[in-house]
Design a protein around this ligand. Structure first.
Ligand code: ZN
Length: 163
């Protein structure tokens, strides 16, 4: 099967680029690899685990990304469906309903040939192993739970202040 994307190294920066037009809703990149416990600069968080995927690790962040991380499943009708990664599917009931789930980046807009393929790291990652300053907006990208974790540690600190 021909992949609809290509990994390129432009000015020492890896990125993934579309080599054909990809319509809205299409499965752009199936993510394969090894699941590890600890996140790294190259892993993608899927639920409680972190996927070390050779191609997936080359997809750069964008705050206005053109794909989103989803989980593809087989429904009872034998059709393939997509659910958000955060739907917390688990347990035996679910496994009777669905089968062969796999993570996939799905186009959230129509992607043109030569466009860079991106997704928003703040959607998938709880806390980034390697925070960085976003090249599009200049904001720090630290993961979706960063603020909450920071507030939690600050409230512990404040509480101690009153002891
Ligand atoms: Zn940004």
């Amino acid at each position: 099967m021909k992949l609809p994307y290509q990994i390129r190294n432009i000015d020492e920066v890896y990125g993934v680029y579309a080599i054909e037009d990809l319509p809205l809703g299409s499965k752009v990149m199936k993510l394969y690899g090894k699941y590890v416990k600890e996140p790294s600069k190259y892993t993608i968080q899927i639920g409680e685990r972190h996927l070390d995927s050779a191609y997936g690790s080359r997809v750069n962040h964008s705050c206005s990304a053109n794909t989103m991380l989803m989980i593809a499943i087989n429904t009872l009708d034998g059709e393939e469906g997509l659910v958000p990664w955060y739907s917390r599917i688990n347990g035996t009931l679910t496994s009777m309903v669905i089968g062969n789930p796999y993570p996939v980046l799905v186009a959230t807009t129509s992607i043109s040939i030569e466009d860079e393929i991106t997704f928003n790291y703040n959607h998938s990652e709880s806390i980034l192993a390697s925070p960085f300053k976003c090249s599009c907006c200049g904001k720090w990208i630290r993961g979706r739970d960063y603020k909450r974790e920071q507030q939690k540690s600050m409230s512990i600190y404040e509480h101690r202040g009153y002891e």
